[in-house]
Design a protein around this ligand. Structure first.
Ligand SMILES: [Zn+2]
Length: 336
């Protein structure tokens, strides 16, 4: 997909897009960041920009040019079949071997099949064995003209310093929840599934996609249990408040899980008729976490959580809102 469709990595995309549009691309880039945040996707977008046969002109709004995404070159790159764009990935899912790098070096020396330059994507670059890394270093030291190397890695420091110093690093931070949600929904997840996965995926689309619904449920249950058990001690409570209140999105996600749980606990607290509405698994979870908290207490807990949600909407400090909520929950439950 072209640059304009890369979701949630505006800074990296802007930098690369304007370098390409201005003819200022470096010889070698290293895309660094956690797994599943768009490094490979952006590498493909850059390759498409370089090789596109009919790039889109700069927009009136001042956006830099971009690949068209639909010409023959763009389509072949998206399918991983363009003769001038090579993805080198570990063989048998372990390491990038010296033979693979020798292949890169040999072919990089030949002219491009079509248009300007060749693009090499090495992903994950830190899986180069030492001989492979040394061989690659030679290629970087005397780069064939028109070659663009894109190293993709989660561990910049695991690369040889001599390789690092020849690459321009481009950082890819974890994805913000709204971007992650957009990506998941684009891939066909329901809004509800996407929201649940986002709450526990730590900004990684890869992690969110790898989670099935039951894993997501388990991760949310863990979060709820951790919050409730932190109510027993003040230092643990403050520590937990800091974590779930580290930013707005984190607190919104935690509140979603906490409120859903408290609602279920209240339903179970009504008595056998309410408990019958929940799955056996959820009933056991409720009993384990809340002990035998009476309905009146659970309603106070629910009120504290709703209040946190409202104060957050009024732009309260997330950490302060989290602390206040946990203190109120602790008080309602009479924990010492
Ligand atoms: Zn194109």
């Amino acid at each position: 997909m072209p640059f304009r469709d890369v979701c949630g990595q505006d800074r990296a995309v802007r930098l690369l897009r304007s370098a390409w549009a201005g003819g200022r691309l470096a010889q070698a880039y290293c895309f660094t960041g956690p797994p599943g945040v768009g490094k490979r996707t952006t590498a493909v977008a850059l390759a498409q920009a370089v090789k596109c046969l009919s790039p889109v002109a700069a927009s009136a709004a001042g956006e830099d040019p971009d690949a068209c995404g639909t010409c023959r070159a763009c389509t072949l790159i998206a399918a991983g079949r363009h003769p001038d764009v090579t993805l080198t990935a570990p063989e048998e899912k372990t390491v990038i071997t010296i033979d693979q790098i020798r292949g890169v070096a040999a072919r990089a020396g030949l002219g491009a099949y079509e248009g300007a330059g060749k693009v090499w994507i090495l992903d994950p670059a830190h899986e180069m064995q030492e001989p492979a890394a040394n061989a690659f270093l030679k290629t970087l030291e005397e780069p064939p003209t028109g070659s663009l190397f894109i190293l993709v890695t989660t561990g910049f420091s695991a690369l040889l310093p001599t390789i690092r110093s020849r690459c321009q690093e481009v950082r890819f931070p974890p994805l913000a929840p709204e971007h992650l949600r957009t990506i998941l929904e684009r891939l066909g997840r329901s809004a509800e599934d996407a929201a649940a996965a986002v709450a526990v995926a730590g900004g990684s689309a890869e992690r969110a996609l790898a989670m099935n619904a039951s894993e997501v449920r388990a991760a949310r249950a863990r979060l709820v249990e951790e919050v409730w058990s932190a109510l027993d001690s003040l230092p643990a409570l403050l520590d937990r408040a800091e974590r779930i209140g580290k930013d707005r999105d984190a607190l919104e996600d935690a509140l979603e899980a906490l409120l859903a749980f408290t609602r279920d606990a209240s339903v179970a607290g009504i008595g056998p008729s309410g408990a019958a509405l929940l799955s056996a698994e959820r009933r056991a979870e409720v009993a384990r976490v809340t002990g035998d908290a009476p309905l009146a207490v659970l309603l106070q807990v629910h009120a504290a959580q709703r209040e946190a949600q409202q104060t957050l909407a009024w732009h309260a400090q997330p950490r302060y809102a989290a602390e206040r909520m946990l203190l109120k929950m602790r008080q309602a439950l009479g924990r010492k």
